[in-house]
Write a protein that binds this ligand. Structure first.
Ligand SMILES: [Fe+2]
Length: 305
């Protein structure tokens, strides 16, 4: 938008950036009920991918890049340049395709600084201390609360939202917020808080931060588990969440929320892919170094978690 300013007989021109709205395209992985997003700037060819999924078969140990290839095809068809690959947290239920996307298209991989605590914990579980640095160096960028990065003319602001895990962050782009697992659709509630570093009280406080965003803010989920008869849904407003989320509506108190969350978490089994997922995701999507037969192996710690 050009604004013409007239004063003192002279004319000057100022360029005023309008508040840009991001283009957002979702991708759904039916095997893990996960959502990934391509976020792009309509005023340039810049894009970010949030939470890309690498398929994995627990039976065969084979990875599956077909979902990530669909994201690549979309980026290429739209003429988009991949600048960022953003993780909302180290997922425990699916592997990240961040390294695959980076190797194909470039871009920097970013995650919250809390990943170092997650790495320290799982480096012990998988006995990696001799060969693995738990300092986040596997990622290109570690975000602190309030950091911002550009996607072309768009500004992404990072909000720490720990609780589900201690590395959980929300990425805010204009009126859109990518909340990771902090919230689910209103009929499913909120994420479990019993993983290492999880804390139901912290999640409650993080959700209050999200609820302090404008009511019309669109919240994009990292998962949807549609009940029988409901189609996939992955976005709703702050106002809807405040009114209808089954774990949070009617102004539930922190102590009541924590009691509910902890009681429910005690009944949940572990995610089917937690062991492969965390071994790959704490490495920013790298598979473990291959052995002298050029094969990469994952570990299974017995009687440990
Ligand atoms: Fe998660």
């Amino acid at each position: 938008m050009i604004i013409r300013v007239v004063g003192g007989g002279s004319i000057s021109l100022r360029l005023v950036d309008p508040v840009a709205t991001a283009n957002i395209q979702h991708f759904y992985d039916g095997q893990t009920c996960s959502l990934s997003y391509v976020v792009s700037d309509p005023g340039s060819n810049s894009a970010a991918v949030i939470d890309p999924v690498l398929g994995y078969s627990a039976e065969s140990g084979r990875t599956d890049k077909s979902g990530a290839r669909k994201i690549i095809e979309h980026l290429q068809a739209e003429g988009l340049s991949l600048e960022w690959i953003l993780e909302t947290h180290a997922h425990a239920d699916h592997l990240t395709a961040a390294q695959f996307l980076k190797s194909e298209l470039g871009g920097q991989i970013g995650i919250g600084r809390g990943i170092c605590e997650v790495q320290k914990h799982f480096a012990k579980v998988f006995n990696l201390q001799a060969s693995f640095s738990a300092d986040g160096r596997q990622f290109d960028r570690l975000f602190s609360d309030g950091d911002s990065i550009p996607i072309g003319n768009l500004k992404v602001t990072v909000l720490d939202t720990p609780g589900h895990t201690n590395d959980s962050v929300t990425y805010i782009v204009g009126d859109a917020a990518f909340v990771g697992d902090s919230l689910f659709m209103c009929d499913y509630g909120t994420a479990r808080c019993d993983f290492p570093g999880g804390d139901a009280g912290l999640l409650y406080e993080s959700i209050q931060k999200l609820f302090s965003l404008p009511d019309e803010t669109r919240l994009f989920m990292c998962h949807d588990y549609p009940p029988e008869g409901r189609d996939l849904r992955f976005v709703c407003t702050v106002a809807e969440q405040k009114q209808k989320n089954i774990h949070l509506s009617n102004g539930v108190s922190k102590s009541d929320y924590v009691a509910m969350r902890e009681k429910r978490d005690a009944t949940l089994g572990l995610p089917k892919l937690i062991l492969p997922s965390v071994q790959v995701n704490i490495r920013a999507g790298h598979l473990p170094d291959s052995e002298d037969n050029q094969v990469s192996y994952l570990k299974i710690p017995l009687d440990t978690i």
